[in-house]
Design a protein around this ligand. Structure first.
Ligand code: JHZ
Length: 392
C-alpha cells in the first residue's frame, strides 16, 4: 500500500528552462511523494509524462561538469578492469562521457533525448533514441546480441515502471554479465534534508532496501553497493542474473544502516516532511529579511534541484535576483516556474551581491573555492542543506 507523506506543491518541468520568446502557458503538476509499505520504495504520487521531460530540448548536459566527467572516466576504467566486458550498453548516455571510454564497435547507447542521441551517434556509437523498455531490449538483443555490462547513471530512478525496466535488463544481460547503476541515495536525502532531490524526473528516490526487493522480483540479485559522494550522496548498485553470485558485505552493511535509520518505516517520512516544512519557513524568512535590509541575493547553479526549492518556497526574482549557470543552453532563459533569469557566470560581477544561494549545493566546495574573491569582498553563501545556513 502506498502512503503519501510529502506535498511539494505545484511544480513545473524541472529542466524546462524558458527562452523568453517561447513563454506561453507552462505546464504545472502536483509534486507529492509516497512510500510503498510493501516494497519500501519512495516514489512520486503522480508521474509526469516522460516525453514532457526527456526530449530534444533536454537541458542537463553532463559534459558541462568537469567533476562528473572525471567521475565517469574513473568509473569506466574501474568497470573495465573489474569485469572485462566485451559488449557494453549505457541507458541514458546523455552526451557520452561514460560511453566514450569504450570501443564504438562493441558499445551501444540508449538515449531518448534527441539532442544527446545525435551526439553519441556522431561519435560512432550505435544509439537508440528511445525510452528503455522490454520492447527495446528485445530489439537490441536481436540486433546486437547480449550485453556483458549494462551501465546507467542518474537514469534508472527516472524510469517509472521499474518492473519493466529490470526485466528488460535481465533479458539483455549475458549469463555472467553485470548491471551497474548509480542514483541519488534515499538515506543521504533523509539525513541531509535534501528534499530538492525530488522533482519530476526522479520518479523514485532509491534505498538499497527497496532495490534489493524489486531487483529480486525481476530475476536480478543485488550483490554489491558503492556509496558515492556525487550528486549529494549516491549509491552505485551491482546486480547479476546469477542467483549464485557472492553477495558482498557492502549489501548487508547498507541494509543494516538503512534499517537503523528507519528507511522501512512510514514514521521516518513523516518526520522528514516536518523538517522540510521548517526548511521552507526558515529560507523564506531569511530571504525576506535580507530583502528588507536591502541586500542583493543571487543563486549559483540553475539545477533541477533549485526548481523544486524555488517553486515549493514560492521564491521569485523579488527574493533572488539572478541565477548563474555555466551551461550555455540554460543561459539567457528564465528558470522554470520561478521565472528568475539565468545568466552566464562570466557576465556577472559577483562582488555586487551580498549573498549567493547554492542551487548546486552538491558542488559546495568547488564553488566556494572558485568564488574566493566573492567571500574576500564580504560575500556570504546560503545553503538549505542540511539546514538553512549562512557561511563564508
Ligand atoms: P547538477 C541533474 O540534476 C539532472 P541537477 C538529472 N535529472 C539528474 O538525475 C541529476 O543531475 C543527478 C551548474 N554549475 O549536476 C552546471 C555552475 O553553474 O547539480 C549545472 O547546470 N557552476 C540528470 O540539475 C548545475 O550547476 C559551477 O561551478 O540538479 C549543476 O547541476 C558548477 C560546479 C555547476 O544537477
Amino acid at each position: 500500500m502506498k502512503k503519501e507523506f510529502l506535498d511539494l506543491g505545484k511544480q513545473p518541468i524541472a529542466n524546462d528552462f524558458i527562452k523568453e520568446d517561447e513563454y506561453s502557458s507552462p505546464f504545472f503538476y502536483d509534486l507529492k511523494v509516497v512510500f510503498d509499505e510493501d516494497t519500501k520504495l519512495v516514489s512520486l504520487k503522480d508521474f509526469v509524462k516522460p516525453e514532457l521531460m526527456f526530449n530534444e530540448n533536454y537541458a542537463y548536459n553532463t559534459s558541462m561538469s568537469t567533476p562528473m566527467v572525471n567521475h565517469f572516466k574513473s568509473t569506466a576504467d574501474m568497470l573495465m578492469e573489474e569485469f572485462r566486458p566485451v559488449n557494453v550498453m549505457e541507458i541514458g548516455s546523455n552526451d557520452g562521457p561514460f560511453i566514450r571510454q569504450f570501443d564504438p564497435t562493441t558499445a551501444v547507447c540508449v538515449e531518448p533525448c534527441g539532442n544527446f542521441a545525435d551526439i553519441t551517434y556522431d561519435m560512432g556509437y550505435e544509439t537508440y533514441a528511445e525510452f528503455w523498455t522490454t520492447e527495446l531490449s528485445k530489439k537490441i538483443k536481436s540486433e546486437c546480441g547480449n550485453m556483458d555490462l549494462i551501465y546507467s547513471a542518474n537514469c534508472i530512478c527516472h524510469i517509472q515502471d521499474l518492473d519493466d525496466c529490470f526485466s528488460a535488463v535481465a533479458n539483455l544481460l549475458s549469463e555472467d554479465g553485470v548491471f551497474v547503476f548509480e542514483d541519488p541515495s534515499l538515506l543521504r536525502m533523509l539525513e541531509r534534508g535534501s528534499y530538492d532531490q525530488i522533482y519530476d524526473e526522479h520518479a523514485h528516490v532509491f534505498s538499497v532496501t527497496a532495490l534489493d526487493n524489486i531487483l529480486k522480483k525481476n530475476g536480478l540479485t543485488l550483490f554489491d553497493v558503492d556509496n558515492l559522494s556525487v550528486h549529494g550522496g549516491s549509491n552505485r548498485i551491482y546486480a547479476s542474473k546469477s542467483s549464485d553470485v557472492v553477495v558482498k558485505d557492502s549489501v548487508t552493511r547498507n541494509l543494516m544502516e538503512e534499517k537503523q535509520f528507519g528507511v522501512d518505516k512510514f514514521e521516518t517520512y513523516k518526520i522528514f516532511a516536518e523538517r522540510i516544512e521548517k526548511s521552507k519557513k526558515d529560507l523564506v524568512n531569511l530571504l525576506t529579511k535580507l530583502k528588507d535590509e536591502g541586500k542583493k541575493v543571487i543563486s549559483i547553479g540553475a539545477t533541477s534541484k533549485s526548481t523544486t526549492v524555488f517553486n515549493y518556497c514560492g521564491i521569485g526574482s523579488d527574493l533572488i535576483e539572478l541565477i548563474t549557470d555555466t551551461t550555455p543552453d540554460k543561459q539567457g532563459t528564465l528558470a522554470p516556474g520561478s521565472l528568475i533569469p539565468v545568466v552566464d557566470r562570466d557576465n556577472v560581477r559577483l562582488k555586487e551581491y551580498d549573498y549567493a544561494f547554492l542551487g548546486a549545493w552538491n558542488f559546495k566546495d568547488l564553488i566556494a573555492n572558485k568564488e574566493r574573491e566573492f567571500v574576500e569582498n564580504g560575500g556570504k553563501f546560503i545553503t538549505h542543506v542540511p539546514e538553512i545556513m549562512v557561511f563564508s
